[in-house]
Design a protein around this ligand. Structure first.
Ligand SMILES: Cc1cc2nc3c(=O)[nH]c(=O)nc-3n(C[C@H](O)[C@H](O)[C@H](O)COP(=O)(O)OP(=O)(O)OC[C@H]3O[C@@H](n4cnc5c(N)ncnc54)[C@H](O)[C@@H]3O)c2cc1C
Length: 397
């Protein structure tokens, strides 16, 4: 925040948190300002993930905050703050904690939890979430081609996964595969070092360069039955997990816009043209206000979604159509991410030429927004989930 200028949280949504949560959020901000923000552009330029940050990140004790008794609003605001400092670190955090660790909480057996949960929560081990495939992205639910074949006390996995975040270095993946016996989708805790697993980094990305996304090949990989998530019996169980993380991606869209507004306002106040700051031009002020309006609208929407989660009322209620349970999460993700795209484009424009080099911060914010727009169900797919819920007619197929 510029000194003397109001926060980008213009309506003070943070005041809805408890005192304990507000204090914790301040700790998160201090950590990010000291350990992340000064280095994030360098990690991004070099496309290297800062494993050395993990012990310090773990010391914040923020794994799956709702499981620890924090509110959904706090959990969302943590993701927004992480994203505001570095979208890539936030994405690492979400893949590991909100997909892999959350799955252990929800679907793990007592034995699996006692073996893995503590280490996963304090980041001694890291996890990934392997659902998408090279030939099946948006249609992975019906099209999943990775197979699991039961053989005594083990399963034999074959197939390929693509885009798997943390995939190059993680210890374990929650890997989804179709049972060749009955066609059901099953989930496995895959030890990433098992024979037959090949992981290759996806290079040359223009967004989230710090995140290590991987192509994964599975060639007759033998996994013990004790490493199957016994609580997962269908693709519907992925939806439960994805609904939670889809909402957090809406919070990422908030964080991305907070970052864009912070950066663009600071630049507009500082940069002089025609003998006065950019901020003194009406068109620039209009662009900044549009960015602030988008950010505030997104925050308001996500705060309401957090209330619905808190009240266990996420639905919407009374919609009988297939997929209705995902509709509010889908609207939050698709709408905030479309506002985000406008916000980061306005921010990039305020930086002029300096908006396309990462040295000035805004270019990275602009580029990283593209990943938010596409992952956790693309903008289009989430739009169609809402379209189906409000019309009763599916246009997805
Ligand atoms: C940076 C990044 C990180 C990711 N991390 C992970 C991860 O950790 N684990 C994981 O499992 N996956 C991950 N993904 C994969 C992500 O979930 C997919 O990229 C996403 O689901 C879209 O799939 P796709 O890229 O194959 O695009 P496609 O499905 O091929 O879609 C291409 C375009 O067509 C549109 N489209 C497709 N079907 C329809 C339709 N019926 N109607 C209208 N439009 C349609 C899409 O919206 C999109 O615009 C990640 C992706 C990225 C980019």
């Amino acid at each position: 925040m510029e000194s003397g200028l109001p926060s980008a949280d213009f309506y003070g949504f943070e005041s809805l948190l408890s005192d304990v949560e507000r204090a914790k959020l301040r700790d998160v901000r201090d950590f990010l300002a000291k350990e992340v923000a000064p280095y994030a552009t360098d990690w991004w330029n070099r496309a290297e993930f800062p494993l050395e940050v993990l012990p310090k990140l773990a010391s914040l004790n923020l794994s799956t905050p709702v499981q620890q008794g924090y509110s959904y609003l706090f959990s969302g605001m943590v993701i927004a703050e992480l994203t505001r400092a570095d979208t890539s670190l936030a994405t690492f955090f979400m893949v590991h904690h909100d997909l892999f660790v959350e799955a252990l909480h929800e679907f793990g057996t007592e034995e699996q939890k006692s073996r893995l949960l503590d280490d996963a929560m304090d980041l001694t081990i890291t996890g990934a979430f392997a659902l998408t495939e090279p030939l099946h992205g948006s249609d992975v639910a019906g099209g999943m081609a990775t197979t699991a074949t039961r053989d005594g006390d083990t399963w034999i996995l074959n197939g390929a996964k693509r885009w798997i975040g943390n995939g190059t270095f993680c210890d374990y993946m929650l890997l989804w595969a179709r049972d060749t016996a009955d066609g059901a989708v099953r989930g496995f805790i895959l030890d990433a070092t098992l024979p037959g697993v090949t992981r290759t980094a996806i290079e040359n990305k223009i967004a989230l360069r710090t995140v290590q996304n991987a192509d994964i090949l599975l060639d007759n990989v033998r996994v013990s039955e004790t490493d199957r998530f016994a609580g997962i019996n269908s693709f519907t169980d992925t939806k439960h997990l994805l609904r939670g993380s889809r909402i957090l991606v809406g919070w990422q869209a908030v964080g991305q816009q907070l970052a864009a507004f912070d950066a663009a306002r600071a630049y507009a106040v500082e940069r002089q043209q025609f003998g006065r700051p950019l901020a003194g031009f009406q068109l620039i002020q209009q662009q900044l206000v549009r960015m602030l309006g988008n950010t505030t609208a997104s925050l308001g929407m996500m705060a309401r979604v957090a209330q619905l989660q808190q009240d266990e009322h996420l639905g919407p209620q009374g919609l009988p159509h297939s997929g209705a349970d995902m509709a509010q999460a889908a609207l939050a993700k698709s709408y905030t991410s479309s506002l985000m795209r406008e916000t980061v484009a306005l921010g990039r424009s305020i930086f002029g030429g300096n908006g396309i080099v990462t040295d000035f911060g805004m270019a990275k914010i602009f580029a990283d927004a593209e990943a938010i727009f596409t992952y956790e169900g693309s903008f289009e797919i989430n739009t169609l989930i809402v379209g189906r819920a409000v019309t009763g007619v599916s246009a997805i197929l």
